[in-house]
Design a protein around this ligand. Structure first.
Ligand SMILES: Cc1ncc(COP(=O)(O)O)c(C=O)c1O
Length: 395
């Protein structure tokens, strides 16, 4: 079946954060919303059918989770990534961010430093700071082309400070890196050496572009797996964030029980009746849809890449290896601090994420653009950006 990712869908006044919270965040409503990481694309028909069937029954009582649910998660991992997690060690979470917060809470103590690589998804900072821990950040290195890599010397120096946890973004939002098995092995072996628990956020791992291949951190070696908690989810891949469901995969019962004790004490351990059927349908029947989605996203990336090169040389894009978030290097516009996000909103009429939200220092001069939308929206965004930059440059 051929899916249509170019159909515009009106999400206004439908409780979409990307639209209905834009005015509160950007001070105006007349911007193209290309910020928070969900897609302006309808999910896979198989998922809609599963939800419709549940809805038709008209009873939404307490919901039990069958074995087939986590089996679908494990089958998907095996099929897509060649890694078969142990189903007994899969645990439900309301989302990856709640899971990260809980790992921080349960596996470290107030005042501890928690390690991660920046620039990175802003919630990493909050997950740490909200629990009175301190971010211990290591800046990624960047080559002349804008490709990021791990600074292993700085990484090891940070590990010597004995952070109890390293949170890895695998693959990495916002810089679009798909970590290679070798990079993962080096990070993993260093963490094992210094006794640091790894929490690998793999929420973007299905969104592999241009032939790149995801490697689950826990698949790299038995020793690394024994020190890794993996966070996966169908919500980013299939645009289901509003259903709130993720899966954690623990290396052993001890860590699993400690984590679970917290959520069981709040009586939060069941899926809601819609996420239950949606996630299983996604992983059982969504493969063809994802593959076509990836082709659509690649097309959007290439469109932006070519447009910038041809018309806006001041903004540089290193082609992402994964996901639908473009990390735009806008340093050539020479707009320091608040002037850059103000320019994007007030002049280009685009609602993008300010790079500084991903690391106050590493993100300066960058904006993150979400291109998970119909091509027409990307074309409009590029035209608006060109007009604003031309005006600024006196072209
Ligand atoms: C790296 C990363 N982790 C987690 C999340 C959000 O996860 P959830 O909605 O499951 O809490 C996002 C959303 O953009 C993300 O980019």
């Amino acid at each position: 079946m051929q899916y249509d990712f170019n159909q515009p869908i009106d999400r206004w006044d439908n409780f979409a954060v990307k639209y209905d919270e834009m005015e509160a965040k950007y001070g105006r409503r007349d911007l193209l919303p290309m910020w928070i990481a969900d897609m302006d694309l309808k999910t896979a028909p198989a998922i809609l059918e599963a939800i419709d069937a549940r809805n038709k029954q008209g009873i939404f009582g307490y919901t039990s989770r069958p074995d087939s649910y986590f089996r679908a998660v494990c089958d998907w991992q095996e099929k897509r990534n060649g890694w078969r997690p142990d189903q007994e060690h899969c645990v439900f979470a309301l989302g990856v961010v709640p899971a990260l917060c809980t790992c921080v809470r349960e596996f470290s103590a107030p005042g501890d430093e928690i390690l991660f690589l920046t620039p990175v998804y802003g919630e990493f900072f909050e997950s740490v700071e909200n629990w009175d821990r301190k971010p211990l950040t290591v800046s990624l290195l960047q080559d002349e082309d804008g490709r990021y890599s791990v600074d292993f010397d700085a990484f090891e120096a940070a590990l010597k400070r004995k952070p109890p946890i390293f949170i890895l973004c695998n693959p990495h939002n916002p810089v679009g890196r798909v970590w290679t098995p070798e990079e993962l092995r080096r990070m993993g072996e260093l963490c094992v050496k210094y006794g640091t628990l790894m929490v690998s956020d793999e929420i973007h791992s299905d969104l592999m572009l241009f032939g790149h291949k995801h490697t689950p951190l826990a698949s790299v070696s038995g020793e690394i797996a024994a020190h890794t908690i993996t966070c996966t989810s169908a919500t980013k891949t299939f645009n289901l964030a509003g259903l709130q469901a993720a899966t954690l995969i623990f290396p052993n019962e001890e860590l699993q029980n400690k984590y679970q004790k917290f959520w069981k004490s709040l009586d939060v351990h069941r899926n809601n009746c819609f996420s239950l059927v949606a996630v299983e349908a996604a992983f059982r029947h969504g493969e063809e849809w994802v593959d076509q989605l990836l082709t659509h996203l690649e097309g959007n990336v290439l469109y932006v890449e070519e447009f910038l090169k041809a018309h806006i040389p001041e903004i540089k894009l290193h082609r992402p290896e994964c996901t639908y978030l473009l990390w735009l290097n806008c340093k050539g516009l020479d707009l320091p601090g608040d002037a850059l996000p103000a320019f994007m909103a007030e002049e280009a009429h685009l609602a993008l994420n300010d790079g500084r939200g991903f690391g106050p220092v590493d993100g300066e001069g960058y904006m993150r653009m979400n291109i998970a939308c119909p091509r027409g929206v990307v074309e409009r965004a590029m035209a608006q950006l060109k007009a604003a930059v031309d005006k600024r440059m006196g072209r």
